[in-house]
Design a protein around this ligand. Structure first.
Ligand code: L14
Length: 346
């Protein structure tokens, strides 16, 4: 591998929760890097981070930062992506964007490699990384879609606070401590929206992630609905979602009801999931084994269990899907896309 091509890589949002995981994965996966540029807002510029044992100083992201960059991974919020990803693409970088800025842009492929890696090469400079809750849903359903066809999905999520960033993790821990020690609990961060109304997350379940839309769904729910159809390449799949924040730090869980077009045997579904790339089947009621957020945290896979045939609908299945929202739900999916791009150019 001495002649392996090496890439100039930029991580935008290097000091954030997802950026940190991206840097770790590039290191662990021995991504073929020539130069690594760590970028952030002016506020975090100057921070020193370590990569492969060497210290790298975080620089403020500007248009010039992207000169000579081959691959840029963005996770610094939608506004930064909107401002800088087109500029970076213009300067020749392939951008892998972790925000919702370009996901529904018809010119941007929306990619989960296990589902639609073939779309990567259609990019025009920007490839969108889907929403965390969507990624784990479609990664688990793809092998079943291919075999049986899917007419309808009803999903309810139980989402970790880390999705809303470090401040939300801190808030959950602080509120828990305050409640246990008899102090007044003061909500400050969640739910994240433009309104000043905040709710307690400790010992609670908040049925709102992102802002409300005119149709009564939240934006997180609409992201799941729209992105699932786009990634599966099937606008006819009926999807409805309810997204709930719970006091878990890492790992989103999902209760999923799926109606197939064709009849299925539960043993076949089990075999398909057991052999699916990136999916781990954990399903043994006798020994009380099923996916748990605490087990999924820190792991790259999507975990699936609680498989059971619906009692009323003859072609429907109920299941439970869990994955680390910062890994497969964000950083790992993005690095997987980067690995595809790198391997195509070897
Ligand atoms: O669309 O607050 O990528 O948990 C992922 C994290 C939206 C918000 C996205 C959260 C974000 C979500």
């Amino acid at each position: 591998m001495t002649n392996q091509k090496r890439f100039n890589v930029a991580v935008v949002g290097a000091t954030g929760a997802v950026g940190e995981q991206i840097i770790k994965l590039l290191e662990q996966r021995k991504f073929p890097i020539n130069q690594l540029k760590l970028l952030s807002s002016a506020r975090s510029a100057g921070t020193k981070l370590s990569f492969n044992g060497t210290e790298v100083t975080v620089e403020e992201a500007t248009p010039e930062s992207f000169d000579g960059i081959d691959i840029a991974l963005f996770s610094a919020g939608g506004d930064v992506s909107k401002a800088l990803a087109p500029v970076a693409a213009e300067r020749g970088a392939v951008c892998i964007d972790n925000t919702s800025a370009f996901r529904m842009d018809p010119n941007a492929p929306l990619v989960v490699p296990e589902v639609n890696a073939d779309k990567i090469r259609e990019h025009q400079g920007i490839i969108a990384n889907p929403n965390c809750s969507t990624i784990q849903l479609v990664a688990a359903l793809k092998p079943l879609y291919d075999r049986y066809g899917i007419s309808r999905i009803i999903v309810s999520t139980y989402q970790a606070v880390s999705g809303a960033g470090a401040r939300a993790i801190d808030e959950m821990l602080r509120q828990t401590k305050d409640a246990l020690e008899g102090r007044v609990v003061e909500p400050d961060v969640l739910p994240v929206s433009s309104l000043p109304v905040k709710h307690q997350i400790a010992f609670n379940a908040i049925p709102q992630i992102d802002k409300f839309q005119d149709n009564g769904f939240t934006l997180e729910e609409m992201k799941m609905i729209r992105e699932t159809k786009k990634i599966m390449g099937d606008e006819d799949i009926q999807v409805t979602a309810t997204c709930v924040r719970i006091p878990v730090v890492y790992g989103h869980s999902e209760s999923v009801y799926v109606e197939f077009k064709d009849d299925f045997q539960l043993e076949d579904v089990r075999a398909l999931l057991a052999n699916a790339p990136g999916v781990t089947l954990v399903d043994d009621p006798e020994t009380q084994q099923y996916p748990l957020a605490t087990d999924a945290a820190g792991k790259p896979d999507v975990f699936v269990g609680r498989l059971r045939r619906d009692l009323d609908h003859p072609r429907a299945l109920n299941m439970w899907i869990v994955s680390d929202n910062l890994l497969k739900g964000a950083a790992w999916n993005a690095v997987q896309i980067a690995e595809y791009i790198a391997s195509e150019q070897q």
